[in-house]
Ligand binder design. Structure first.
Ligand SMILES: CC(C)(COP(=O)(O)OP(=O)(O)OC[C@H]1O[C@@H](n2cnc3c(N)ncnc32)[C@H](O)[C@@H]1OP(=O)(O)O)[C@@H](O)C(=O)NCCC(=O)NCCS
Length: 160
């Protein structure tokens, strides 16, 4: 792990930066994925601000990373039920969005945020953490297996 990457819980003072990052993440996923479900999808900046405000207020996990003192990215996560409704596992950790500033990628920022998220989940008695990504997202497809995540379920669809 890069010794310069530090991670802390997000604070209300991070609101504007986080909103810009949430917006950048949406635009990046939209333009890089070529997913037809993104065609025509628009996220106004106010929606990103509202998304951040809710994440700051609802007790979910919202982390900010800094690299050598420079704001570098965020991780948003929450607790949820496993997809098997009958599972005796009450809750799992779900990492819903991770974003690292393009110029600061490949320096251990995501690794540091995932380690902090895993600690947050463990402190709450959680034994599993999951996330999802598109296989065509090369950064994600390179990062998550490197950080120990294994594919366990595949989504399939066809256009009608
Ligand atoms: C995916 C993302 C969060 C990774 O952040 P990062 O800070 O660059 O990742 P790290 O430097 O912590 O790398 C962690 C591991 O993933 C690997 N990795 C990171 N980027 C990679 C890439 N583009 N290709 C292959 N492997 C990669 C690293 O080598 C490292 O593995 P190692 O510990 O074995 O060396 C970042 O690229 C990003 O923000 N992408 C745009 C948004 C996005 O796609 N988010 C994920 C959606 S689910």
């Amino acid at each position: 792990m890069n010794p310069g990457a530090t991670v802390r819980p997000a604070a209300p003072a991070d609101q504007a930066r986080l909103a810009a990052w949430f917006q950048a993440a949406f635009e990046h996923l939209k333009t890089s994925s070529a997913d037809p479900w993104f065609e025509g999808a628009v996220k106004p900046p106010e929606a990103s601000s509202a998304h951040v405000a809710q994440a700051l207020a609802d007790g979910s996990l919202l982390l900010v990373a800094e690299l050598d003192g420079t704001p570098a990215g965020f991780l948003h996560g929450r607790l949820e039920r496993p997809y098997v409704a009958e599972s005796p596992i009450p809750k799992i950790g779900h990492v819903s969005l991770v974003w690292v500033e393009p110029a600061l990628r490949g320096r251990g920022v995501a690794q540091a945020m995932i380690a902090a998220a895993e600690a947050w989940f463990r402190e709450r008695g959680i034994g599993w953490v999951q996330l999802s990504y598109q296989p065509a997202n090369r950064e994600a497809a390179g990062t998550w297996p490197a950080l120990g995540f294994e594919v366990f379920r595949v989504h399939a669809r066809k256009r009608l």
